[in-house]
Every structure is written in structure tokens, then in C-alpha cells.
Ligand binder design. Structure first.
Ligand code: SF4
Length: 235
């Protein structure tokens, strides 16, 4: 069933080219297939922290401000005053906390990996997860987003959209680990597939399977228990 849902989503929305990153000389992140260098890997890591509890639109504005201030840089993040950094990333919400989280992340890289993001991301997925969640301010979803989108290693990212869509379709699991295992057990262990699948679920959750779902426009309505129940009631 999970493969069928993926195929329907992919046919409907097409490739998503995640995670958006900023190309040299530009300020705005673009959907161009993910990071291709260390600077972009670091930007993805910052983006996953900035996107916590907010929309990508708000996180993206903060990335643009970081770009304007040349702050996709571990040393510069460690050097700048907390208050100033918080103002720069204000659009992402919870900015005081997020400024500290960015600093914690950079401090960890500086102390343990000589300030080189590639050395951290070279760990295998399991080790990398352990290390990431040991950093204050990085939870499961952020860690998995870094593993999948910055390190390009196969792990399924579960977010609020994933939970809502899967629950409506008919999967009763709500726990992060159980939902993640569900995807891992029922799909090939592929970074490309997990990258695309998560991005497609976000697309569905943002535009169609919203709080008030627009089931009439949904490409997976035929697989969905919620839609079936609503249709039966109407008939
Ligand atoms: S049919 Fe409706 S409830 Fe089901 S996944 Fe689509 S939008 Fe969501």
C-alpha cells in the first residue's frame, strides 16, 4: 500500500528536488536536488533547525538573512552575539531558542569535528543519529532530516504531515519510531525514495490533506479510510 501511495503522489506532483539550497552568488534557496558541497550541507542542517515548529516559508526567510550576513559558517555563528543572531533569524519564530540551537550545533562541530560538517556526516546513519540527538535542541525529526537531506543516507523522516496523512489513510500508529519502522519495513531501503516520499507527503499535507482536507482534489483518495468513511456518510 505504501508503494501504491508513493506512485500516486509522484504521478500527481512530480519530483520535488529536495532539500532546497542556495547556489553560489544567490540568496534564496532553490529546489535543485539537495546539497552538493559542504556549505550547502551546513545550510541544510541550519534549515532543519530553523524549520522546527514553523513553515518552510518562515525558515527560508531566515536562511536568506543568514546568507545576506554570510552566516552559513560555523566560525561566524560561534562568534556572533546570541541577540544579534536571534534578530537575524527572527522570521523562523522561537528565534532566541533557535539562535542557541544553531550555536550548540556549531559548537559540537567545532569541538568534535574540527569544524568540518563532512566529517560528522561521514558517520554511518546509526552513529550519526546518536551523535545528532546528543546535541541540545536536536530531536528525532531534525536528526533524521539531517541524515536524509544533508548526509544523503536512507532514513525515513516522520513529521506532522506524515502522521496526519497516514492516520487518515488508516494507519493507526502515531509514535515516531513505529511510523518510521512502517516505512522502513515496507519500502526498499533507498535514500532517493525516502527523500522524494517525504517531500511528496509534505506537498500533499500543505496543499490538500490540510486540517480541513480537500479530499476531492486528493490523488490518494482511493486508498484513504477517512475519505471512504466520509463518502459512505454522504451516500
Ligand atoms: S483523501 Fe482526504 S483525508 Fe485522505 S489523504 Fe486525501 S486529503 Fe487526506
Amino acid at each position: 500500500m505504501l508503494e501504491i501511495i508513493y506512485n500516486k503522489l509522484y504521478s500527481h506532483f512530480g519530483p520535488q528536488h529536495w532539500w532546497p539550497v542556495t547556489e553560489k552568488g544567490k540568496l534564496n534557496p532553490e529546489y535543485s536536488g539537495g546539497p552538493k558541497n559542504e556549505r550547502q550541507q551546513l545550510e541544510v542542517c541550519f534549515g532543519t533547525i530553523l524549520a522546527q515548529n514553523t513553515s518552510w516559508k518562515n525558515a527560508e526567510k531566515a536562511i536568506v538573512e543568514l546568507n545576506k550576513n554570510n552566516l552559513i559558517n560555523i566560525k561566524k555563528i560561534l562568534k556572533i552575539k546570541n541577540k544579534k543572531l536571534a534578530q537575524i533569524i527572527k522570521s523562523s519564530g522561537y528565534y532566541n531558542q533557535k539562535a542557541k540551537k544553531l550555536k550548540n550545533f556549531c559548537d559540537f562541530l567545532s569541538k568534535n569535528y574540527d569544524g568540518k560538517i563532512s566529517l560528522l556526516l561521514n558517520n554511518n546513519a546509526e552513529e550519526l543519529k546518536k551523535k545528532l540527538i546528543s546535541i541540545n535542541g536536536i530531536g528525532q525529526e531534525t536528526a533524521d532530516s539531517i541524515i536524509l537531506y544533508a548526509a544523503k543516507k536512507p532514513v525515513f523522516v516522520v513529521d506532522a504531515y506524515t502522521k496526519r496523512i497516514l492516520n487518515r489513510i488508516g494507519y493507526k500508529e502515531t509514535e515516531y519510531n513505529k511510523l518510521q519502522t512502517l516505512f522502513a519495513k515496507n519500502l526498499p531501503n533507498s535514500e532517493r525514495l525516502f527523500n522524494e516520499y517525504h517531500a511528496l507527503l509534505v506537498e500533499l499535507g500543505k496543499g490538500i490533506c490540510k486540517k480541513q482536507p480537500l479530499c476531492g482534489k486528493c490523488p490518494v483518495s482511493r486508498c484513504c479510510g477517512y475519505y471512504e468513511a466520509v463518502s459512505l456518510k454522504r451516500d
